[in-house]
Design a protein around this ligand. Structure first.
Ligand code: ZN
Length: 177
């Protein structure tokens, strides 16, 4: 066992094509590796709800806004919106290479598959469909739905988007006649 070996971080911060800054693999990372811990402020569920609502209000007034709150357990959540939590820079992707997993009360970003050096890390933010218009997605993956919503809601979102398109078309043809 070697203790003097300096541990190289598995990741680095760099500018991202998806959104502002992102986290990138500093070397090859194999599937199942815990890459970076998602740290933050431990808050009660009540405080978490309060912050969540405040974010929604803020988004209504100013557009956008990111959610950094993770469920820790039945009583506590973690608010990752703190400067020392660099994992908050990881972008969402509709075809992610990582997932955020709760390991005995700590949130880890874990490789879902082998990742090649230089690849941007991403996970599914798992957003609800309700405010999808506030969260456009530019992940660029083949299956991108254009908005950040959790994988299980993408089918529903596609249907909503199709219907919106149809309605817009009908409106346009009506105004032409
Ligand atoms: Zn996408």
């Amino acid at each position: 066992m070697t203790f003097d070996q300096k541990e190289e971080p598995l990741w680095k911060v760099s500018s991202s094509d998806i959104h502002e800054k992102g986290i990138f693999a500093a070397g090859n990372i194999s599937e199942g590796t815990r890459i970076i811990e998602y740290i933050g402020e431990k808050i009660t569920k009540a405080e978490s709800d309060r912050r969540g609502l405040a974010l929604i209000e803020h988004a209504k007034a100013n557009g956008g806004g990111s959610v950094y709150i993770f469920q820790l357990n039945k009583r506590y959540d973690i608010d990752g919106n703190v400067p020392e939590n660099l994992a908050r820079l990881i972008n969402h992707s509709c075809d992610p290479n990582c997932e955020a997993i709760n390991v005995r009360g700590r949130i880890w970003v874990v490789a879902m598959r082998d990742i090649v050096a230089g690849e941007e890390l991403s996970y599914d933010y798992g957003y609800d469909i309700e405010h999808f218009l506030d969260h456009p997605c530019r992940c660029g993956s083949d299956n991108c739905v254009g908005y950040i919503v959790s994988a299980d809601k993408r089918k529903k979102l596609k249907k909503i988007l199709r219907n919106r398109k149809k309605r817009a078309k009908r409106k346009a043809s009506k105004s032409q006649n």
